[in-house]
Design a protein around this ligand. Structure first.
Ligand code: ATP
Ligand code: MG
Length: 250
């Protein structure tokens, strides 16, 4: 269970998060949507302490972190309890697909190399890449690299996986294969927070949707209610813009 309370973040007077709060139940998938610059990435980066929040509280199960009292030990714990999947995959270029996954198991989970490789193989299978094990990132498509990154995040069995626009760097024809893998992971009740511009995907996969604008949560609701019955004017405008855009592309 994750709970974020009154989270603030500013960068030298630039107020990016202005008191954000929400909860994610165990096994839930939450989608965060909102215009560019609204603070979505900053929020994810504050949750795993890649950025230090200016104020507020983060609870990850029994671990409670107050912005003003972050110790090195807490930082380590948070890093171990959260997985992150970035827009640009962030794989080790000099390691093969299977080694990219095994590496985390060896260094973080202290597995032997042979155990780690066996586990990594199972995870590669899960993301449909059993026949790409020995490929280096440069020999994989963007979609395949992102699927390796997802397998790597799963390997550490984190309390939550944070996705920051996992498909926005991909060519359109590769988007679905990655969304399909995330869908499958969601069905296994892995707790996930996904920042995405893929609204249809958010509607289909997320249990809850959060709409952010200008550093605040404007509206949050179950995915079904959120899209069927948006309440706030700003949410309606945002959704309309997207609907028009996708109609334009059809
Ligand atoms: N390290 C930083 N230093 C200074 N300002 C920052 C930093 N990181 C983010 N910001 C500012 O915070 C604001 C919100 O950025 P953020 O990346 O969180 O938005 P976003 O909602 O993820 O946008 P997008 O949809 O374009 O990814 C922006 O104005 C950005 O310039
Ligand atoms: Mg962002």
């Amino acid at each position: 269970m994750i709970e974020i309370n009154n989270l603030h973040k500013h960068f030298k007077g630039n107020y990016v998060l202005k008191g954000v709060g929400f909860e994610v139940g165990k096994g839930e998938t939450v989608a965060i949507i909102g215009p560019s610059g609204s603070g979505k990435s900053t929020l994810l980066r504050c949750i795993n302490l890649l950025e230090t929040p200016s104020d507020g509280e983060i609870k990850l199960d029994e671990l409670t972190i107050h912005a003003h009292h972050i110790t090195k030990e807490m930082l380590l714990k948070v890093r171990r309890s959260t997985g992150m999947v970035f827009q640009n995959y962030n794989l080790f270029a000099n390691k093969t697909a299977i080694e990219n996954i095994a590496e985390a198991l060896i260094t973080v989970k202290k597995k032997t190399r042979s155990d780690a490789m066996a586990e990594a193989e199972v995870l590669l299978n899960k993301v449909g890449l059993q026949n790409r094990a020995k490929h280096y990132p440069s020999g994989l498509s963007g979609g395949e690299q992102q699927r390796v990154a997802i397998a790597r995040a799963l390997a550490l069995n984190p309390k939550v996986i944070l996705f920051d626009e996992p498909t926005s760097a991909l060519d359109p024809e590769l988007v679905q294969e990655v969304l399909q893998v995330i869908r499958k992971v969601a069905k296994e009740h892995v707790t996930m927070i996904i920042v995405t511009h893929e609204l249809e995907f958010a509607r289909d996969v997320a249990d809850k949707v959060i709409f952010m604008d200008d550093g605040r949560i404007i509206e949050q609701n179950s995915a079904v209610e959120f899209f069927k019955n948006p309440k706030e004017e700003r949410t309606k405008k945002f959704l309309e813009k997207f609907t028009q855009q996708s109609m334009y592309y059809i």
